[in-house]
Design a binder for this molecule. Structure first.
Ligand code: FAD
Length: 494
C-alpha cells in the first residue's frame, strides 16, 4: 500500500500524521520544508514567552495598506510544528457560532467540541467543556506569575468596571482575565512537542521527511499520482494516489496554483497547465487585524525577558453583529530598532472583520514569494470597530494601575479622540498572523477537504475555514487536525 502523503508538518499536518498513524495499517509520509528537532530544540522554539519570527520563518511580508509606506513582516513557521512551533502560545477557541455559521453538518460546534477537548490537557479547569489528557498542555498564569504591566492591565480593567473572566475558553464567559496558553514553565508546547512524541516517531507506519520542499502535486487524468519535491538540491517524485495538503493558508494556495488548480486565468498566467478550474481557490484571504497604543514605561516596569502577552479582555463591541469578537491585550515588552528602550503596549484585535485580503502568486517557481495584500482595516466598519476598541483601551490605560506605570507616546490622545483616528489607524494596523480561508469548505473543497474537480487530493489546514473564527486560530487549527486525523485513522477520508 502506498503511503498517504501529508504536505506540511504544522498545526494541522503534524496532528493528522500522529492521529492517522494510530491505525497501524495506515502508512503515512509527512513532508515538511523546514528542519525537525526531535531531541535538541533550539532556544527560539522552546521559548514560549514570545514568538519566533526570523530563525524558522518563510520570510514573507505583506504589502502596505492605505496609509502605510513600508511592507510589514508576515511570519509563518518553517519547521516541524509549523507556526504552532513559533507562535505566541495564546490558546483560545472560537465561540460556538464561529463553527455553526459555516453551516456544514460535519463542523457544528457540537461536532467540534470533542476534538477541542481531546487536543488539550487543561491544568486549571475541570468541567464538561475541557479535556484533561490531550497532547497540548494548557494553563493560565497565576497572579504571582504576571509581570507588572499585565497585572496592571487586569487591575485597570477591574477599576474601569469591566467583568472578570476566569476561563476564556468557556463558550459563553467573557471579560478580562489570564489568557489560556499552551506553555509550561515558559516553554512552548507546540504540536511538534505534543503530538510528534518519541513514541509516535517510533511507529513503523510513520515516515517524517523534514527539509523537503513540495513544489507541486502531480496528476494523471485529474487523479493524483504523487508530489514533486526538492531535497538537498535534488528534484524527485514521491509517489502516492492520496495527498493531503497542510502547508498553511498561504503556501497551500501556492501549491494548488502551481499544480494547476485554481481560477483558470490565475493558473494559466503562471504558465501552468489547468487541471481544475476553481474560482474560489485564493478568492479571499481572511485574517484578524489589529493595532496598538504604545507607552514608555517607567524604569523597572519592564524586563528584557518578560513574556509578551499573558492577559486579555474579550468582549462584544458596540453595535457589532458578532458577540464577543473583540479582544484587548496588554503587550509587556516590545523592542524597535529606532527606540533605545523597550516599550509596552495595549493591542486590540477585531475578531470578525468584514474586509478580506488577497494573495498574488506571480510565478510558478516554488521560491517565489507571494504578494500578500491583507487590506487590513480597509473596510470602514472594521476600522470603526478597531478605533472604538482603541479608545476603550486608552480609557483602561488611564486608570491608575496602568497610568502610574507608563506614559502613552503613540498616538497622541487627541488623535485617538478625533476623526484623525481613521487616518492614524490605517497606518498603524497590522495582520494578526492568522491567515485563513484561501480554499474554503463548501466552495474549493467539500466538508471533508476533498478538492473539487480532481481525485486523491485533500486540503486540511486553516485554508479550509469558510469564515474566520473570532478567536486566535491556533486551537482551531489543531482541532481541524484532530478531526482529519480521526477520519484518516478510521477510513473516513476515502
Ligand atoms: C508569529 C506567529 C504568532 C502566532 N501566535 C498565535 C497565538 O498566540 N495564538 C493563536 O491562536 N495563533 C497564533 N498564530 C497562528 C497559528 O499558529 C496558526 O493559525 C496555525 O499554526 C495555522 O496552522 P496551519 O496548519 O494552517 O499552518 P502552519 O502551522 O503554518 O503549518 C504549515 C506547515 O507547512 C509547511 N509547508 C508549507 N509549505 C510547504 C511546502 N511547499 N513543502 C513542505 N512543507 C511546507 C510549513 O513549513 C509549516 O510547517 C501565530 C502565528 C505566527 C506565525
Amino acid at each position: 500500500m502506498r503511503p498517504w502523503i501529508i504536505v506540511g508538518g504544522g498545526a494541522c499536518g503534524a496532528v493528522i500524521a500522529a492521529r492517522g498513524t494510530e491505525n497501524g495499517n495506515l502508512p503515512v509520509t509527512l513532508l515538511e520544508a523546514g528542519p525537525d528537532y526531535p531531541i535538541d530544540l533550539p532556544k527560539d522554539l522552546k521559548d514560549g514567552r514570545r514568538n519566533s519570527i526570523h530563525r524558522h520563518d518563510w520570510g514573507y511580508h505583506h504589502t502596505p495598506t492605505t496609509g502605510q509606506r513600508i511592507p510589514f513582516i508576515f511570519p509563518r513557521g518553517r519547521v516541524m510544528g509549523g507556526s504552532s512551533a513559533v507562535n505566541t502560545c495564546i490558546a483560545v477557541r472560537g465561540r460556538p457560532y464561529d463553527y455553526d455559521e459555516w453551516e456544514l453538518p460535519d463542523w457544528t460546534f457540537d461536532k467540534c467540541l470533542p476534538a477541542f477537548k481531546r487536543l488539550e490537557n487543561d491544568l486549571d479547569v475541570r468541567d464538561d467543556w475541557h479535556g484533561d489528557s490531550g497532547p497540548i498542555t494548557i494553563r493560565r498564569h497565576t497572579r504571582g506569575e504576571l509581570v507588572p504591566w499585565q497585572a496592571a492591565f487586569m487591575d485597570a480593567c477591574s477599576e474601569h468596571g469591566l467583568p472578570a473572566c476566569d476561563d476564556h475558553n468557556h463558550p459563553s464567559k467573557w471579560g478580562w482575565g489570564p489568557h489560556a496558553m499552551n506553555k509550561v514553565g515558559g516553554e512552548r508546547v507546540s504540536v511538534a512537542r505534543g503530538y510528534l512524541t518519541r513514541t509516535v516517531r517510533k511507529r513503523d507506519n510513520l515516515q517524517l521527511r523534514p527539509d523537503t520542499l513540495v513544489r507541486r502535486v502531480l496528476f494523471e487524468n485529474k487523479a493524483v499520482i504523487g508530489v514533486e519535491v526538492e531535497r538537498a538540491g535534488c528534484i524527485e517524485r514521491v509517489l502516492s494516489d492520496r495527498v493531503i495538503l497542510c502547508g498553511g493558508s498561504i503556501n497551500t494556495l501556492g501549491i494548488l496554483l502551481r499544480s494547476g488548480i485554481g481560477p483558470r486565468d490565475r493558473v494559466q498566467a503562471l504558465g501552468v497547465e489547468l487541471v481544475a478550474d476553481s474560482a474560489s481557490v485564493g478568492e479571499k484571504l481572511l485574517d484578524h487585524h489589529g493595532s496598538a497604543l504604545f507607552f514608555l514605561p517607567k524604569p523597572g516596569v519592564v524586563k528584557f525577558d518578560d513574556p509578551l502577552i499573558q492577559t486579555a479582555y474579550r468582549y462584544s463591541g458596540d453595535s457589532r453583529p458578532y458577540p464577543l469578537d473583540m479582544q484587548i491585550q496588554a503587550g509587556s515588552v516590545l523592542y524597535f530598532p529606532w527606540v533605545t528602550v523597550p516599550l509596552v503596549s495595549i493591542m486590540t484585535q477585531v475578531g470578525k472583520p468584514r474586509g478580506h485580503g488577497t494573495i498574488e502568486y506571480k510565478s510558478a517557481d516554488v521560491r517565489h514569494k507571494p504578494r500578500i495584500h491583507t487590506r487590513a482595516l480597509e473596510d470602514a466598519e472594521d476600522r470603526t470597530a478597531a478605533i472604538t476598541s482603541m479608545r476603550l483601551a486608552y480609557e483602561i490605560s488611564q486608570r491608575s494601575p496602568m497610568r502610574d506605570m507608563a506614559l502613552m507616546i503613540w498616538p497622541r490622545p487627541k488623535t485617538l479622540s478625533s476623526d484623525a483616528a481613521h487616518d492614524w489607524i490605517r497606518g498603524a494596523c497590522d495582520s494578526g498572523y492568522h491567515p485563513c480561508g484561501t480554499a474554503p469548505m463548501g466552495k474549493a473543497v467539500d466538508s471533508r477537504g476533498r478538492v473539487k474537480g480532481v481525485r486523491g487530493l485533500w486540503v486540511a489546514d486553516m485554508s479550509i475555514v469558510p469564515t474566520v473564527p473570532s478567536a486566535n486560530t491556533h486551537l482551531t487549527a489543531i482541532m481541524i487536525g484532530e478531526r482529519f486525523g480521526e477520519w484518516l485513522r478510521d477510513g473516513g477520508l476515502d
